[in-house]
Design a protein around this ligand. Sequence first.
Ligand SMILES: [Zn+2]
Length: 448
Amino acid sequence: MKYLALADADRVQDYVFSPPQLRYIRGASYLQSKAIEEIRDAHPGAILFANGGVVLADFSSPQGAEEFCSRANAIFGVTTGSGTVSTACVKYDEAHFLQGWKRVRDAVESAKRQRANLHGPGTHSFWVSCERCGSEPAKDLVSEPEQPGLAVCSTCRRKYDAHGRSRALSGFRHPEHFEELARLSSPSNYLALVYIDIDRLGKYLDRHVRTRDDCASLSEAIDNAVRNAVNEAGRRAAAGPGKHQTEPDIQPFMTLLAGGDDAIVMLAAHLAVPFLRYFRQEFERPHYWEGRDIPFFSVGLVYANHHLPIGAFVEAARQRYRFAKTRKDFHSVAFSLVTSSLVDDPETTPKPTNNPYDLDDFLLFGEAISRLKAMGAPRSKIHQLYEMAWKLPLPGEFEYLGLLLRLPQATRAEIRKTIGHTLWTVDSSGLPRTRAADLVELWEFVHA
Ligand SMILES: [Zn+2]
């Protein structure tokens, strides 16, 4: 009999995205992965994998496994400040690794549920709150270049101190603020948040993992594929043409979280579509998968002005991601442009759309928009498509035909190919779909 021990970071996104300033997010993301590496390094020989906020280790005695759990808690707390991990250990039979692994994951889940119940609303009126996160007592000072002498809590201090330690890609420096990143975008001041996660990972692992070695190698393969694909896609998108080239030393994207099976990346808005193209190419390279089938991933993509708070940005992208995940058996993406009116009034009628897209189809859609721009399709006429999509189907169709007739011949042919002979189509499940409003939303962010 052996013992599996698992440590899994709690509420990673709450830890990383508060406070919402880019430097703190970058520092928090760095500290979070550093803590996981430290847990790994403290148990040489026992580790099966350590990535994406999770460490799995294997011991021949219950004492070894229990020691791992308490050490993991201590290390994580010391390195991250207020971050915590949930841990569990279970006895297992080596001939049935998969069962043991499932049991230890279930045990950690139930530990997390218990911990979540302990989090009360908390009233702390008796101390001065941190000027950054607002949720812990201020105990320290931070001097940001723009704002010297901020009273902050010890966790925020730690995050701020770590922000310079995560490395930009070679030849670049990190943007200091979301605003600086948005300046590199065309149109200016817009950002795109990409939220990527592998679909049905549990089922995928069940199919491919039999032994502890399978578990270790597959976990590493997935982590490598996601992280390398993010870096490679960012690097290639940054090498392409665009407004970001006016300040070529600033990295025009920021990986906010990446590892394990997911990634959250903020980009200058016009780089999102090329980023997804390159991400997919790198992710599918056969050397990661060694003959196994390649898992599908889903993407939530949100465009918004840089004033949108990061929490709202991430939440909108997560919702798009969940929608994308409803399409099975291929890589998929759902996107939207978030405007302040949408944030203020979530009850707004949803946009008529063709979301979620098969990723291939979405990339082709992007290429069609590039061609339309290259052939000089008149922007004002293209924008009329947006209004049409909101009309009742019949008047909408009439206006669509009218518009097609008024367009130059080449543009008309391309629009017909992209949207269709009619404004609306019916998909295989009988639902009406249109790309007209999607095309107008993407129009500004895709270049010729
Ligand atoms: Zn704080």
